[in-house]
Write a protein that binds this ligand. Sequence first.
Ligand SMILES: [Zn+2]
Ligand SMILES: [Zn+2]
Length: 229
Amino acid sequence: MSNWRQHGRDLINALLPQSCLLCGGHSHASALCLPCRATLPRLDTQHCPSCALPTPNGQICGSCLKDPPHFDATQASYRYAFPLAQLLQNYKYSQRLIIGALFEDTLHTGLPADAVIAVPSTPGHLRERGFNPALELARPLAKKLGIPLLLDACTRPNDAPAQASLPWKERHKNIRNAFACHADLSGRRIIVVDDVMTTGATLNELARTLKRHGAVHVENRVVARALKD
Ligand SMILES: [Zn+2]
Ligand SMILES: [Zn+2]
């Protein structure tokens, strides 16, 4: 999204009194009022450090042990469940940056890194949505951490079938070689930002690509983690 459009939206958000998107109550300049925000489904504090799935004592989970992912760590604050899932869908499809802003600070915690990368959108999604929701989350994070946001380091050249349209089992195959990387990341520790981690297949493939280009450590920071039922 161009800067002037973003600034325009920020200005409008600042001038209009905001109603909470969940209860309609007064929420100052935020998308949610404080009580509604407190009801969002938090992720269990005990979870796999690698993929963020809940484990009894916060140990590494069975599937990461058996088949270690290419990324090294994942930070997530919420479970991808009602009403957070609906909020994030609304964010993706309506460009309501005020919803993204709600989650900015949830991405602040994690390991030190050298640069931030947003999971690239497919060309089709960019056309359809007009913006990359992950990028709008990554931008303020990079600023807050004082490290570069690598805007053009990675692209997603083709419109493979959307991951969300496929069964979990097929997503690994579909995403293979989806990303192109144009940067030398030798020795660099990278934070990868996305809104939701579902199976982890997309983030795993991106981490594989980043490591092939020299990254030594990849940490995912996502707003929400989908759990298998
Ligand atoms: Zn509310
Ligand atoms: Zn795991």
